[in-house]
Design a protein around this ligand. Structure first.
Ligand code: PGA
Length: 247
């Protein structure tokens, strides 16, 4: 058993209601006092302010699920800028989730802008990478992941930053299919080596994709894995509480 503290992120995606946010976070606030791990809730933006109110004076943190490629303020209907997220006191944002890459056509050019906007607003990116099933089957997944990591070479960074890399194989998200522990460790080691001797970033590596109450503990014991990014299971209070109580 490892007693190293882990980073556990709930990604609620487009789920929840004002009532669920309030009710669930009240439970977490009560049950997750003094836990060893760091827990972050990536909530729909509309509910963030409410969540911050509920979680005042706790160690539980909030992330946005995305931020705009446009910085500051301006005529971009529907967008939420890094400056606005910072204004709320939120210091983490998911960027490059495969659902955004796929359904909102977010390519590398857009992701570079989003990452730069996060960094310039002191928001730690939770940058998601992950291969399609075909790349896994054709044994091309490391090239695929490398091409996603290369985006980070393009950032305008003036001082070292914290960066969370979430390895989320697309074929595993919401499917119940998981890579083997060996395969997760192989990718974690690949990411770790990629950042070796790179003084610009201090990284943490998470695994995401069909993480559940049944498999989270074993995943968090894999070498070089600093925590998990949890989608579906983060909407079920008892399952997520169990995951958060990892030790
Ligand atoms: P899942 O989603 O846990 O429901 O597979 C993970 C994610 O997309 O971040």
């Amino acid at each position: 058993m490892s007693n190293q503290s882990k980073l556990i992120i709930a990604n609620w995606k487009m789920n929840g209601s004002l009532l669920k946010v309030t009710d669930d976070l009240e439970v977490y606030k009560d049950k997750l006092k003094n836990i060893n791990n760091k827990v972050i809730f990536a909530l729909p933006s509309l509910f963030i302010e409410k969540a911050i109110g509920v979680l005042t004076n706790t160690d539980l943190l909030i992330a946005s699920q995305d931020l705009s490629q446009f910085d500051g303020f301006g005529a971009y209907t529907g967008e939420l800028s890094g400056a606005m997220i910072k204004d709320l006191g939120v210091t983490f944002s998911i960027i490059g989730h495969s659902e955004r890459r796929e359904y909102f056509n977010e390519d590398n050019e857009i992701l570079i802008k989003k990452l730069n906007n996060a960094i310039s607003n002191s928001i730690t990116p939770i940058f998601c990478i992950g291969e399609k099933e075909e790349a896994r089957k054709n044994n091309k997944y490391l090239e695929y992941l490398l091409s996603q990591l290369k985006v980070l070479d393009e950032l305008s960074i003036t001082k070292p930053i914290n960066l969370i890399i979430a390895y989320e194989p697309i074929w595993s998200i919401g499917s119940g299919k998981l890579p083997s522990h060996f395969e997760i460790e192989e990718v974690a080691s690949f990411i770790n080596t990629h950042f070796n001797n790179n003084s610009k970033f201090t990284i943490k590596i998470l695994y995401g994709g069909s993480v559940s109450n049944n498999n989270a503990m074993d995943i968090m014991r894999i070498n070089l894995i600093d925590g998990v990014l949890v989608g579906g299971a983060s909407l079920k209070i008892n399952d997520f509480l169990n995951i958060c109580n990892y030790n």
